[in-house]
Write a protein that binds this ligand. Structure first.
Ligand SMILES: *[C@@H]1O[C@H](CO)[C@@H](O)[C@H](O)[C@H]1NC(C)=O
Ligand SMILES: *[C@@H]1O[C@H](CO)[C@@H](O)[C@H](O)[C@H]1NC(C)=O
Length: 123
């Protein structure tokens, strides 16, 4: 086997190793929003699921979403989702373990686009 081939094999082995390692970042939090079809005080109700969709086994604690301007006419359990200024705390800071999710509903028009802003990620 030539030097170049050995080198390629090593790069390949390293990339395999890397996939098994902690690869989870804020992009691996999926936020799915669906219209429920209900109206609350004349506002559409939206069901939001915040999912730890990382393929590796990592937990996200103290997960904050960017949720600037968030409003709702439907009360939300603050231990699931709580607005704090321009950020919203998910699950009261408790870990979203691998493959888990939390869900809440709110009512407003139009819906808000939210994305993960910060978290302590442990793998
Ligand atoms: C994390 O999310 C990014 C962007 O969607 C994706 O390319 C990557 O494969 C995901 N990583 C894991 C380990 O799930
Ligand atoms: C988190 O929010 C802060 C302040 O709003 C912003 O400056 C920063 O870029 C955000 N980070 C991510 C990863 O979205």
């Amino acid at each position: 086997m030539g030097i170049a081939n050995k080198y390629l094999l090593m790069v390949f082995a390293l990339s395999l190793f890397n996939t098994g390692c902690c690869q989870c970042d804020l992009n691996n939090i999926t936020i799915g929003t669906q219209r429920t079809g209900q109206l609350i005080k004349n506002m559409n109700e939206w069901s939001v699921r915040v999912i730890n969709s990382c393929a590796s086994s990592c937990s996200y604690s103290n997960l904050m979403l960017s949720c600037k301007g968030f409003h709702t006419v439907e009360a939300i359990d603050p231990t699931v989702f709580k607005k704090q200024g321009d950020k919203c705390l998910v699950n009261n800071g408790r870990a979203l373990v691998p493959k888990s999710s939390v869900q809440f509903s709110y009512a407003w028009d139009p819906p808000f686009i939210m994305f993960a802003n910060s978290s302590n990620i442990s793998c």
